[in-house]
Write a protein that binds this ligand. Sequence first.
Ligand code: AMP
Ligand code: ZN
Ligand code: FE
Ligand code: FE
Length: 279
Amino acid sequence: MLNVDFHLHTTESDGMLTPEELMRCVATAGLDYFSVTDHDTIAAYQRHSDVFAPHRTRLINGIEVSTVSGEREVHILAYRCAGDGELTTLMGDRPALRRARVEHIVGKLSGCGVAITMEAVQRHARGDVLGRPHVARALVQNGYATDVSDAFARYLGAGAPAYVASTTVKAQDVIAAIRHDGGVAVLAHPLRNDAEAEVERLARCGLQGIEAFSPSHQEHDVDRLRSLAAKLGLVKTAGSDFHGPTETRPRPGVTVERAEIDSFLELCGRSSGGRGHAS
Ligand code: AMP
Ligand code: ZN
Ligand code: FE
Ligand code: FE
């Protein structure tokens, strides 16, 4: 068995832990392989390379890219993409675009009688990439919501009054750019996206894998995703979408049979040595 997690966030996007704190957590959890996949940024890798250096044998570079597919928002995990390829060009200046989007959200909130300033939102962010969780935390702090989930339900989620989509860049274009750059394109949290139809569509666009294993998946979900991956020739990955310790999930990590993720590791240039540990 392996203990892995290919979906982790830091304070460079909307995670609660700095890269350094996250690496301590990763060490405590004893992860065999992992990836930091901040939303729309590789700043963690660029600004904290010294923090990651001791972990490089276990680390696969990653980023979680927000995209749209039809009417839906779809998150594509890109592994092994450096910051200078087609993906970077296609994404444009995401920090600036995200700031403009949060300004739009703050404007909509004001229209709902919710007086939150950009400064209040900014206080909850430690990196350049602003997101709805930062707005949600400001809403909670100012008494407009009981917790982050409540803030999404009342104001920020799809269909709520202050909802603003995060991007117009298409999933198929992001997948093509990742493939062009020699990266590996994986659909994050596939159950959120009406799995079957969406995965089939994206597989035709060059998607290579799905996040089949997650602590939030029931056994029957995993069975369904495993069959789907086999049918479409996709690799399976494992990720918890860790944003920091919570009561129910104090640590990152997903336990999987090595055979389940061998194909993914191979695509990432980490061919199996048949050992439990990478280093
Ligand atoms: P954004 O990238 O700004 O669109 O924000 C998306 C992030 O918000 C996700 O990655 C989650 O971390 C968080 N999120 C989305 N929906 C919810 C929700 N209903 N409750 C709590 N957090 C959420
Ligand atoms: Zn997030
Ligand atoms: Fe996501
Ligand atoms: Fe995520």
